[in-house]
Design a protein around this ligand. Sequence first.
Ligand SMILES: [Zn+2]
Length: 177
Amino acid sequence: MTLPVKYQIRPFPNYWHYIPASNTSLALTFFSTIYLPRELYNKLTSPNPDLFSKSVLLHERTHLLELYEYGSLKWYLRYLLSRQFRFSAELRAIEVQMNYLAAHGGNYDLEWKADQLSNSTYVWAAAYTEAKSTLTKMWEDAKKHPPTDTRALDAEVQMMLGKIVPAQGTASPLHFS
Ligand SMILES: [Zn+2]
């Protein structure tokens, strides 16, 4: 499915680093903008982006599609208030990502993501053991039955790569005078 409305993909603005408790290691979808951490932005704008970095675009795209489906505000409220919704929303995005990776012979770091899902990164969305066993099962399924036709996903990735724009300016949007 193609995204129905306009959206942007850009690196996090510099001021993001000054926001307490902000996370700059993960991509973030906020309303119609996908923000990329600097390292991921650099990889995706290099001549040959690696498979995993490209899979992150599909992960964020899954969140975007849900935002439109639910209505952004409703989605964010549920995401913030419900640990269960947060966990399942992440799993839905991870599933798309895993299918893409499995189809292209890539890898998925299960411990790393189980760690994040059970710590402050995703505001303790699940217990580590639950996250780890769920992810392990999903990854095994994806490897056992990877999608045979990835043309639609590949085309989405290409389109998203073409949409990445540099950050607007380099200074903070807060003006001190
Ligand atoms: Zn996510």
